[in-house]
Ligand binder design. Structure first.
Ligand SMILES: C[S@@+](CC[C@H](N)C(=O)[O-])C[C@H]1O[C@@H](n2cnc3c(N)ncnc32)[C@H](O)[C@@H]1O
Length: 192
């Protein structure tokens, strides 16, 4: 699938994955060029913009979300089940995630240790790709790679979010629960 098609779906529903902010269409086109997921689980869905984009790109796929502070979903995402709870809660995950997904995307908390805990909770729940979005600063991207290598994952690719190139734009700084996350942000895709 061409990256313009992906970018246009991201733009249509306003997720920050697209040209509005992170430009992750390049990274996603690398896996969608020869493969279409039949099932997607996304952690962290806000109002469902990315869920709606996934639905537009893969209309026949089973799409589910996880969100600990659910809001009413935008109209285009209604009908997509969202499990209410925290991805770091293993009991919750094992209760609601009762199947394996072709692709899991973590666009939830973004703090490295929380992302890692979520990954471990979901480790046996995906078959093809696990995506970490908005891994902040190169050092954390390296730590993540080291941890993944330690668990035997060798097929790991990362792209920078072009919006947050520190040389050109520092506006991407965000705060999560009192902790500042600094650009550049990375998207890291693990493949089995
Ligand atoms: C960046 S927003 C998601 C944006 C959405 N994926 C999109 O592209 O439109 C992050 C969301 O993750 C949720 N979140 C953060 N940590 C979480 C966790 N540990 N478990 C579940 N949801 C979480 C937040 O409440 C927030 O709605």
């Amino acid at each position: 699938m061409d990256k313009q098609i992906i970018a246009s779906a991201f733009s249509e529903f306003g997720t920050d994955k697209g040209p509005r902010r992170h430009n992750y269409q390049q990274a996603y086109s690398s896996i969608f060029s020869t493969w279409s997921p039949q099932s997607i689980l996304e952690v962290g869905v806000l109002e469902g913009a990315s869920l709606a984009a996934w639905k537009k790109l893969f209309p026949d796929a089973m799409i589910h979300g996880i969100e600990h502070r659910p809001k009413p979903l935008i109209e285009a995402a209604t009908g997509i089940p969202v499990f209410e709870g925290n991805s770091t809660d293993k009991t919750f995950i094992d209760t609601v995630v009762t199947t394996q997904y072709d692709m899991i995307v973590d666009d939830g908390d973004h703090r490295p240790d929380v992302m890692w805990k979520t990954f471990l909770n979901l480790e046996d729940k995906w078959t093809k790709h696990y995506v970490f979005e908005d891994v902040c600063v190169e050092e954390n991207e390296k730590i993540l790679r080291r941890r993944l290598r330690g668990r035997g994952y060798t097929n790991v690719h990362a792209w920078t979010s072009s919006f947050n190139d520190p040389k050109t734009n520092l506006r991407g700084t965000v705060q999560v629960k009192g902790e500042m996350l600094y650009p550049p942000f990375y998207i890291v895709i693990v493949t089995r």
